[in-house]
Design a protein around this ligand. Structure first.
Ligand code: COA
Length: 261
């Protein structure tokens, strides 16, 4: 029997669903799975028909239970640094795709799984999800961006508690600290993710791209630099057909039809 694909890609009405498909290992991220994530994200980025991504895990138990521990266990220091860098690069391409992505957390989102979710634009969690950075229990630290994105999202105090205790939190607590945007019953998660994606698809695609750029790049700038960039991107949107369509549709009391131009 041939080895099944590790990332299933299904495109429905402008949304690319990426399902991490290794349920017998709780969707743990081995090299091949990371490679397939990279390919699927790259293809979704290139496809003009796709406006948003939803990333989720196969089965009911796990979104992704981390990087593959059996691969980690055999690495030399040089290999470990390259492994972390490659994973970081893949997740950076997802974060900076110019299209919004939603992590639909259908169960355990641990270690590299939480880091994958942190690289997505938004996070929706099933009530049953458990989130954490348990790496210190293995004698390592998060290596796919967890120390950086988690502290930017929830603040260093809460990030350090998660990273240093290694203890997972449930979906409600994750919502309380701002780690996930919404919590829904597990059975409702796909529909909830799709509904948020549909809202995003109804907005001006160029505006979404520049808003993502403004937030992500602005986080690395001083306030003055960030404001200057925001003004420049705002000016650029004023040159788009989407801007003319959006403002005209408002005045004409109808829904806009954006073309992403
Ligand atoms: N890497 C590799 N394999 C993993 C894995 C990971 N991160 N997480 C789970 N698996 C595998 C288990 O080894 C097991 O495989 P096996 O059936 O061949 O023995 C299978 O997935 C099922 O996991 P299991 O541990 O039996 O499920 P559980 O319900 O008892 O426990 C967890 C679930 C999530 C608590 C537990 O799997 C776990 O702690 N996983 C590791 C989490 C982690 O440390 N992630 C960070 C990695 S850097």
């Amino acid at each position: 029997m041939s080895d099944p694909e590790r990332v299933r890609v299904e495109t429905k009405g402008g949304i690319a669903w990426l399902t991490i498909n290794r349920p017998e290992k709780l969707n743990a991220l081995d090299r091949r799975t990371m490679q397939e994530i990279d390919e699927a994200v790259g293809a979704a980025g290139q496809d003009p028909a796709i406006g948003a991504l939803i990333v989720t895990g196969m089965g009911e138990k796990a979104f992704v239970a981390g990087a593959d521990i059996s691969e980690l266990a055999t690495q030399s220091p040089v290999e470990g640094a390259a492994y972390a860098r490659r994973g970081q690069d893949i997740l950076m391409r997802l974060e900076r795709l110019g299209k919004p992505s939603i992590a639909a957390l259908n169960g355990y989102a641990l270690g590299g799984g939480l880091e994958l979710a942190l690289a997505c634009t938004l996070r929706l969690a099933a009530e049953t999800a458990k989130l954490g950075q348990p790496e210190v229990a293995l004698g390592i630290l998060p290596g796919y961006g967890g120390t950086q994105r988690l502290s930017r999202l929830v603040g260093p105090g809460r990030a350090l508690e998660l990273i240093l205790t290694g203890e997972p939190i449930d979906a409600r607590e994750a919502h309380r600290i701002g780690l996930v945007n919404r919590v829904v019953p597990a059975a409702d998660l796909p529909a909830a993710a799709e509904s948020v994606a549909r809202t995003l698809l109804s907005r001006g695609p160029v505006a979404l791209r520049y808003a993502l750029q403004a937030v992500h790049e602005g986080l690395q700038m001083t306030l003055s630099e960030g404001l200057a960039m925001e003004a420049a991107l705002f000016g650029l949107t004023c040159a788009t057909e989407d801007m003319r369509e959006g403002t005209r549709a408002f005045i004409e009391k109808r829904k806009p039809v954006f073309k992403g131009r």
